[in-house]
Structures are given as structure tokens and as C-alpha cells.
Design a protein around this ligand. Structure first.
Ligand code: DI6
Ligand code: FE
Length: 435
């Protein structure tokens, strides 16, 4: 028995046939060839049963039983991609930092603002003061923006509580964002900044994270992974290693904000612990990138933060290609360094600022983003057995998703097999009217 069948589609499967263990960056170190990466099937069909992809392939091969489905949807020749995955966000937080934006425009640096007690710590104060319902409400509004652009999976971090109760509150709020139409993965980021009362005893704060917070998070099953900020203004490599060891002890995966503002050896450290991902990486050294490739650690590139902080050193995308590091892209949605709620804009920035090809950028918000969350078997590709999460787009060419700025061509979103959103026929804008 099947639930629905989608025919007459142009499928961007991101199933490169290389098997799930192969890095899906530019395979073999070539700049990602669009056809290789996208795994196009034109025209194609998808059959959905019990929320999963039951069958996918060329339309001509669609089994006869499916052709007689009662719930037959004609995609009208539209492109279908996997549901988008935003694999690095800080969606749950209190307040905003618009005033800091103005300070930075006046020349203050992100690090100077942080050292003066602003930055992350300003958001910590606002987040501690917000109750769980208020955090859910604020995050839901931001999440709605992401979902409207075809996001069906999102990662959400804690890290603005910095005491046990507030960190757990953030993770509970993040858990409440999950529901029909959206899958949520949570990362515990207690080691995001040192709270003011621990300023002179930073190791004591790390001990609190290791001995109290991580066990509480694990006991409450409140997170899937443990993240940390390895940076001069945050935690040393030795402190991050302590946090990661505790994570491993409790069976939690690890991720790292690595080498964002300076080379801290973060890429190599993440690889040493078999991290799912190392994120940012503007200052990562080449040896670290090679280690990441060997460990299967995904590079999560965050052009919104690079742009907002007006950084000039780009992540070494060429070296990542050469080494075969899988590259993902995410919003890093947070009130300081990346107040961004558009993953499509990140596709554009990933290409324009970092030099990704449009196909690489798309792999970065689908197959590689799933890998960065340990969800490779679950979502991110259009293959039989995976969740039936996909988006129909009013575009002629998948590259348009990266090329256009400020334009949302979503036609419909299917999540766990259910149609989440269908725009009014004829109301979808540019695809219907030449412009
Ligand atoms: N790097 C980031 O991009 C976010 N956290 C981090 O460690 C920024 C967090 C913030 O500025 O509020
Ligand atoms: Fe971040």
C-alpha cells in the first residue's frame, strides 16, 4: 500500500551512487560537476509509503501499481530536491543585538565587544531571563522563516544559558520546536563562552560542564551531540578535549566551532575525536583539513557569520576539495554573528563569498548537511528508504536556488510524506510570469 506518488518531476537526488561512506563534496578533488553531485533523474517519479520513499527512479520505470495510485500528484515538470537541512543554528535565544551591529559598523571588533561583556554574554543575560515558552515563541518565528524556504530538518544548539538550569531550559525549548513538518536535532553547547562568575576560574566552568551539565543532558536525552567553541575568547584545545571526552563517555556525538577567528588547531582536534562536523574553519590549517577528510568530519561553512563580521580570510575551499572533505552550508542563525533566517541566501553567499559551485552549495544543505548531523541514513538524499522529505521548486535550473537573491521559489514542501505547504496555483510568482 502506498500513500502518494509524484510523477513528471525533475529529480535532484544527491544520490551519487558512490555509497553513503564516500564524501559528497567534489569527489576526487574536482570542482563539483553539477551532474555528478546532483544525481539528476529527468523525468522521474517518487512513490511514498508510510512517510518514507518507497520507490524512486525514471518515470518510465515506475511500477504499474504505482501508476494507478489514487494519490497521484503531477509535479508539472518541476525540480524536486531533498528537503533542505540547516545543520548549524542557535535558533533558541533571548533578545537581539542590534546595538552591537551599530558598534561593529563603527569599528569595534567582535572580539572587543565580547571582551567588554557584550557579545555572547549579552544574549546569555537575555536568555536566562526568558522563560521556556518565550524562548519557544521566539525560535518558532525564526524557524517558520526557514521552513518557508523548504527546510525540513534543523539543528538547534544551546549555549546561551551557561548554567545547568538555563542550558536545560534551552534544550527543552529546542525540543518543543519539533513537530509535523520539521525534524529537530539538538546540540548541547555549554562550552560556548565562560560565564562572568567563572572569568577567573575557567577550568572550574569546564568541570561544571563535564561533571554536571553533560550527565544531566545525557540523562534527560536532551541532545544528540555536544558542541564547543574553541577560540581565544572561549575555550582552549585542552578544555575542548575534556568536554569531548565527557561527551564520548555519555555516548554523545561531538561537533566543534573550529578556527573561526584564529587557528586553534580546531580542525585536527575535531578529527581526532571523530567529530560529525567542524564548523566555520576560516583559519583552519591544511593538515587539519586532511585529518578531517580521513575522519569523515564534515566542514560546515557559515558564510553569514563571515559576512556579518566582515572577515577577509575565507575557508580553504580548494584544500577541502583536494582532500575530499565533505562541505555543508548553514545559517548559524544567532543574534550576534549571523542574524540570518534564510538558508537560500546562504547558498548564494557560499558561492559568491566562498567560491562553492551552485551544485556544491546544494549538496551542502542536503546530503552533506545530513552527514554533519549523523542523519545520513535518514534524510538529505532522495533514495528509497529515506524519509520522504522533499521540496518542489518553481525553477528551471537547480543553480537558480543559489543564483537568485531574496527570492523564494518553493512550490510545495513534503515532509515525512505529508504535503506541508502548497502555494496557490498561479500565485507562485516569477515561475509563472516571465520577468
Ligand atoms: N560562533 C558563532 O558564530 C556563534 N557562536 C560561536 O561560537 C555566535 C554566537 C553569538 O555571537 O551570539
Ligand atoms: Fe555557531
Amino acid at each position: 500500500m502506498w500513500d502518494s506518488v509524484w510523477i513528471n518531476a525533475r529529480l535532484a537526488t544527491f544520490d551519487t551512487g558512490a555509497g553513503s561512506d564516500a564524501p559528497a563534496s567534489a569527489a576526487g578533488g574536482r570542482r563539483g560537476d553539477a551532474k555528478d553531485l546532483i544525481g539528476a533523474i529527468e523525468p522521474g517519479a517518487i512513490a511514498v509509503a508510510a512517510g518514507r520513499i518507497a520507490w524512486i527512479g525514471p518515470m518510465a520505470d515506475l511500477p504499474v501499481g504505482y501508476q494507478r495510485s489514487q494519490a497521484l500528484h503531477d509535479a508539472g515538470g518541476r525540480w524536486i530536491t531533498p528537503g533542505l537541512i540547516d545543520c548549524h543554528t542557535h535558533l533558541v535565544h533571548g533578545g537581539h543585538r542590534a546595538a552591537e551591529f551599530a558598534l561593529r559598523l563603527d569599528g569595534a571588533s567582535y572580539e572587543e565587544i565580547a571582551k567588554a561583556g557584550g557579545g555572547i554574554l549579552a544574549t546569555v543575560t537575555a536568555t536566562r531571563g526568558a522563560d521556556e515558552d518565550a524562548l519557544v515563541a521566539g525560535a518558532s518565528a525564526r524557524l517558520a522563516r526557514l521552513m518557508a524556504e523548504g527546510v525540513t530538518t534543523v539543528e538547534v544548539k544551546s549555549g546561551y544559558g551557561l548554567d545547568t538550569a538555563s542550558e536545560l531550559k534551552m534544550l527543552r525549548a529546542a525540543g518543543r520546536l519539533a513537530g509535523p513538518g520539521i525534524r529537530v536535532r539538538r546540540s548541547f553547547l555549554g562550552a560556548h563562552a565562560v560565564p562572568p562568575d567563572y572569568a577567573d576560574r575557567r577550568d572550574d566552568y569546564v568541570a561544571l560542564v563535564v561533571e554536571e551539565m553533560i550527565p544531566a543532558v545525557a540523562a534527560g536525552r536532551l541532545a544528540d551531540a555536544v558542541d564547543a567553541f574553541g577560540e581565544r575568547i572561549a575555550f582552549t584545545p585542552a578544555q575542548v578535549a575534556r568536554v569531548f571526552e565527557a561527551a564520548k563517555t555519555h555516548g554523545l556525538a561531538v561537533k566543534l566551532h573550529a578556527d573561526q577567528l584564529s587557528d586553534q588547531g580546531g580542525a585536527a582536534l575535531a578529527a581526532r575525536f571523530g567529530a560529525l562536523s567542524a564548523d566555520h574553519l576560516e583559519y583552519a590549517d591544511p593538515d587539519g583539513l586532511a585529518a578531517m577528510a580521513a575522519a569523515g568530519t564534515v566542514a560546515v561553512l557559515l558564510p553569514g557569520a563571515y559576512y556579518t563580521l566582515r572577515q577577509s580570510r575565507r575557508p580553504a575551499v580548494d584544500a577541502m576539495r583536494r582532500h575530499g572533505v565533505a562541505m555543508a552550508l548553514a545559517t548559524d542563525c544567532n543574534p550576534g554573528s549571523s542574524p540570518a533566517t534564510s538558508l537560500l541566501l546562504m547558498l548564494n553567499m557560499g558561492c559568491t563569498l566562498f567560491g562553492l559551485t551552485p551544485a556544491e552549495a546544494l549538496a551542502g544543505v542536503t546530503v552533506n548537511a545530513a552527514r554533519a548531523l549523523g542523519l545520513d541514513g535518514e534524510c538529505g538524499r532522495l533514495v528509497a528508504g529515506q524519509a520522504a522529505d522533499f521540496v518542489l521548486w518553481d525553477i528551471d535550473d537547480p543553480a537558480e536556488l543559489a543564483y537568485r537573491i531574496g527570492w523564494n521559489p518553493v512550490h510545495a514542501v513534503v515532509s515525512d510524506g505529508a504535503v506541508r505547504e502548497v502555494l496557490e496555483p498561479g500565485g507562485a510568482g516569477p515561475a509563472d510570469e516571465p520577468w
